[in-house]
Design a protein around this ligand. Structure first.
Ligand code: ARG
Length: 461
């Protein structure tokens, strides 16, 4: 069989090694329903401008629907000589309709067709990822009310820093995933532009109606320059980047929870249904899901790199290199979707180990900064208060006690003008109660955050 993209110019058949090397059907078959949708819109437009008769259009639509169904049901035969999904569908159409089928490719090229299909596919995929992110945000939000009584150490440099309410942690992730969702929405605007009608590179001398096609495919607009749009893969790279940040956020969360579920931290019990055992050590319950989420992030980062290098230095406009965009892009979507789908149930099912957290909360002098701020409120310059609290901490460390257990004479010795009311701010519970600034971990600001998120996540009262 001759490759359908080859015109009457060719006198030799393609070498089968070229067929095997250049095919993309093994991965772009995923675009089949988008290809049919775009072809249907294109056919309707061709009929509206008189390049197809209504009857020809009706036959094309009917046959395209048939082909779509066969592919969906696995009854369609793919063969590498037909290169890609676009050629397969068109060839099947021609096989069934003859000359009427031969008219579908009027006023378009595979270059604009492939980009249109990809835009339709990405648009759907972005919406799916957005929905998964929303579910994950709801999972974090859903923990907040039940965990409001838990104070956790917050870390900087992975050293105990300040006490925070557990929901403050959960809502930190809601913020990150909210920015991810904003990025997806913004990226979607540039995805949602119609390329069809740019044809190979220069547009067409035929009287096509690009707005008509765009409307039918629910694109928000029409790409304004045929050269630009046939070379443009910005929207692919942007999508891959937005996915990379999602993966990075997931990876950070996974790393944190892996640590928290160790015997050393002991903060968290992961849901057993999402843990694995060891083939040799009977006591083990391993956080493989979290490790794989962290591990799969590497692939997503790698895919972005692949895409960045792929487009670097390509002369305008279409180059066959661009075919290589799809495996990387599909893999990033698949990977991030799979990670997100598992993240939400893990967040929902994990349990905080309240006793273990509380028992060690006195370690690390989490109240030191609040003590410094108490002194500032008493009129001491910040630098002096910072220095003095350092001295208190030194005295506490020498005695092996917490700041709240440090005897009054030690405080008095180090700072004669100190009032005994200092003890009111000491201890983790007291310290947390002092936080008042917007976005801080005080009970009121955290409740405010929870209320705001309830609204933003559309959680019914
Ligand atoms: N399968 C190709 C791709 O994904 C489409 C080929 C487009 N055009 C061409 N001139 N060969 O990029």
């Amino acid at each position: 069989m001759t490759t359908p993209s080859r015109s009457g110019l060719f006198r030799q058949a393609t070498d089968c090694r070229l067929d095997a090397f250049s095919e993309s059907i093994s991965f772009d078959r995923r675009l089949y329903s988008q290809d049919v949708t775009a072809s249907m819109a294109h056919a309707r437009m061709l009929a509206s401008v008189g390049l197809l008769t209504e009857e020809e259009c009706a036959r094309i639509l009917e046959t395209l629907a048939e082909i779509q169904e066969e592919i969906a049901e696995g009854r369609f035969e793919f063969r590498i000589e037909l290169e890609d999904i676009h050629m397969h569908i068109e060839r099947a159409l021609i096989a069934r309709l003859g000359d009427v089928g031969r008219k579908l490719h009027t006023g378009r090229s595979r270059n604009d067709q492939v980009v249109t299909d990809l835009r339709l596919w990405i648009r759907e995929a972005l919406d799916r990822v957005d929905g998964l992110l929303l579910q994950l945000q709801r999972a974090f939000w859903g923990r907040c009310a039940g965990d409001l009584d838990v104070v956790l150490p917050a870390y900087t440099h992975l050293q105990r820093a300040q006490p925070v309410l557990a929901p403050h942690y959960w809502l930190a992730y809601c913020e990150k995933f909210a920015r991810d969702r904003q990025r997806l929405a913004d990226c979607r605007k540039r995805v949602n532009v119609c390329s069809l009608g740019a044809a190979a590179v220069a547009g067409t001398s035929l009287p096509i109606d690009r707005d008509d096609v765009a409307r039918r495919l629910e694109f928000a607009g029409v790409a304004a320059n045929s050269i630009d749009v046939s070379s443009d893969r910005d929207f692919v790279l942007e999508s891959a980047f937005a996915l990379t940040l999602i993966a990075e956020h997931l990876s950070v969360w996974a790393e944190e929870w892996i640590l928290w579920s160790t015997a050393e931290f002991g903060f968290l019990r992961l849901p057993q249904s999402f843990c694995t055992g060891s083939s040799i050590m009977p006591q083990k319950m391993n956080p493989d899901v979290l490790e794989l989420i962290r591990g799969k992030t590497a692939r997503v980062v790698g895919n972005l790199q692949t895409l960045l290098v792929l487009v670097k230095g390509l002369p305008l406009a279409y180059n066959r290199d661009l075919q290589e965009d799809k495996p990387a892009l599909f893999d990033s979507f698949d990977t991030v979707e799979a990670c997100l789908a598992l993240a939400a149930p893990v967040v929902e099912g994990a349990e905080l180990n309240r006793a273990a957290i509380a028992e060690r909360l006195d370690r690390g002098h989490l109240d030191a900064t609040t003590l410094m701020e108490y002194l500032i409120l008493e009129g001491m310059p910040q630098r002096s208060a910072h220095h003095l609290v350092g001295e208190f901490v030194g005295r506490a460390m020498a005695r092996g006690v917490s700041l709240s257990e440090l005897p009054w004479e030690e405080y008095k010795q180090a700072c004669p003008q100190l009032e005994p009311s200092v003890y009111d701010v000491l201890g983790v519970e007291n310290a947390v109660r002092r936080f008042v600034s917007y976005g801080s971990t005080g009970i009121a600001p955290v409740r405010e955050q929870m209320a705001r998120w309830k609204d933003r996540l559309g959680i019914p009262s």
